[in-house]
Write a protein that binds this ligand. Structure first.
Ligand code: HEC
Length: 164
């Protein structure tokens, strides 16, 4: 019994210390945060934008809406890593600065990831009901990604858009 108490106190102590190490939050609501938004280079209809906002932007934009448990370590560290990795892969708020070939490739990936149910991440879907996309929402997102690719191809010179 005594050992149990000591171990429980040690675990509480470690958890307590963890709370002091908080990752910086991905929150930027200034106009500069969306200066290079994807909407600057391709049309994003309202229904598609709504899907991106509710299912993707927490990890793929400059502004995350954090749940309360993000304030509890080590959960906050895990979320922070997902956001960092997600933004590195594709940041819809920085999309306009990507070279055209990368833009085309990432749009292709959007359609693929959604089709394969790989995005939004399953752990995210479990905790965010609104991110469990219906078949119609998935189709809208995939159709848009394809449409946006065609739009970019048409707007840019063929040499710039040729895929390797
Ligand atoms: C909880 C965070 C999170 C959410 C929400 C999320 N993603 Fe991701 N996404 C990631 C992470 C982490 C990666 C990088 C690791 C990986 O590919 O699994 C990634 C990678 C990607 C990639 C790049 C794949 C590649 O190989 O180029 C695309 C495209 C993508 N996500 C699209 C989406 C779309 C579209 C949505 C919404 C329908 C979405 N993601 C929602 C975290 C997220």
């Amino acid at each position: 019994m005594r050992y149990f108490k000591i171990i429980a106190l040690m675990i509480l102590g470690v958890l307590g210390v963890m709370q002091f190490f908080r990752p910086a939050k991905n929150i930027n609501t200034s106009p500069e945060a969306v200066a290079n938004d994807i909407t600057k280079v391709v049309a994003v209809p309202g229904d598609v934008q709504a899907i991106l906002v509710k299912a993707c932007n927490d990890c793929h934009s400059n502004n995350t809406h954090y749940p309360w448990y993000a304030n509890v370590m080590p959960v906050g560290w895990i979320l922070s890593n997902h956001i960092k990795e997600g933004k590195r892969e594709i940041n819809f708020n920085e999309f306009a600065v990507y070279p055209i070939k990368k833009q085309l490739h990432k749009l292709e990936e959007v359609a693929e990831q959604v089709e394969r149910d790989e995005m939004p991440m399953s752990s995210y879907r479990r905790l965010h009901k609104e991110a469990r996309l219906t078949d119609a929402e998935k189709k809208a997102l995939m159709d848009w990604a394809k449409q946006a690719r065609s739009e970019l191809m048409a707007k840019n010179p063929p040499a710039a858009t040729k895929q390797p």
